[in-house]
Design a protein around this ligand. Structure first.
Ligand code: SAM
Length: 286
């Protein structure tokens, strides 16, 4: 990392309450030479609130591929630059990835200034098991694509989380209710850190009823969290068709490839497919 290079700071901003902004985030934004903001007008409210007067330019999903090289050159000339998004942590369902990737490729130091992130805040207050989870970002907008996704995920044993808009939350809940068992526990975090913050944990069927009857539950910003499936190990085995698929794949590919293809095709857990594949291939060698 050449000494004369500046640093690229990835700075988290509040997701609702303007006070959720770390001292280090404020100091960093005051000290850098330039701030790249997803929306400069939106950023101004936050920056003015905290007395930050640093020059701001726009870096959003429509210009970031083009603008990234120019920003990298400025950092190579010694400027330190911060990137912020409209809310929360940049790059998390927000712009910034091309710039950060290019900074790494250009031997530039990238330093995070951590802070609010809707999915982490939501999980922390959800009451769901969160030691392992997968984050899906924004999910598809059409019902059929959503149901396909939920079908793929429904046997996941870890919790899964996604962002959803108020325009689709009711349809999304309907799709969850028709794809997953109605008693599966889910949580919704709505308007986190804002006046109407609501965190609810319930079965899918109760959540659907709540969202359908309470119009407030269809307003604002949402994080949806689903508890992983509880697999009864004694009952867990492949169906005849799944076994047939795995056997056919094993005849054509390596165990590793056959198992990953079988996961895609059947939606069964990788571990179970892998164990079965090992058993099948050792039987064949006898
Ligand atoms: N980068 C942000 C982060 O770190 O969370 C996420 C940005 S993404 C464009 C915006 C989505 O995040 C919203 O549509 C909503 O699903 C979720 N979100 C952001 N702020 C939220 C809040 N205060 N309460 C609930 N969800 C929120």
């Amino acid at each position: 990392m050449p000494d004369q290079y500046g640093t690229l700071y990835v700075v988290a901003t509040p997701i609702g309450n303007l006070a959720d902004f770390s001292l280090r985030a404020i100091e960093t934004l005051q000290q850098v030479d330039l701030i790249c903001a997803e929306d400069t007008r939106h950023a101004r409210t936050l920056l003015q609130h905290h007395g930050i007067t640093t020059h701001c330019i726009a870096l959003h999903q429509h210009n970031e591929d083009r603008a990234a090289q120019g920003i990298i050159e400025k950092i190579q000339q010694g400027m330190s630059i911060a990137i912020i998004s409209d809310a929360g942590t940049p790059l998390i369902s927000d712009p910034g990835m091309p710039l950060v990737a290019l900074a790494h490729a250009s031997d530039i130091k990238v330093s995070p200034i951590p802070g609010a992130c809707a999915l982490i805040a939501a999980l922390s207050a959800s009451g769901l098991p969160v030691s392992q989870f997968s984050f899906l970002g924004f999910i598809p907008r059409t019902s059929s694509a959503r149901r396909n996704l939920f079908n793929e995920k429904k046997n996941n044993t870890e919790s899964w989380v996604f962002y959803e808009s108020c325009h689709r939350i009711a349809d999304c809940m309907n799709d969850l209710a028709s794809t997953l068992p109605p008693d599966r526990i889910i949580a919704i975090a709505r308007e986190i850190t804002k006046m109407h913050e609501t965190i609810v944990k319930s079965s899918i069927q109760d959540m659907l009823a709540l969202i359908e009857t309470d119009s407030n539950m269809r307003r604002g910003e949402f994080v949806v969290m689903i508890t992983g499936a509880v697999i009864d190990k004694k009952e867990e085995e492949l169906t005849e068709q799944q076994l047939k698929t795995l056997k056919a794949l094993l005849q054509e590919c390596s165990i590793k490839t056959a198992v990953s293809l079988a996961v895609e095709i059947t939606g069964v857990r990788k571990k179970l497919l892998y164990q079965t594949a090992l058993e099948l291939s050792s039987d064949n060698q006898k």
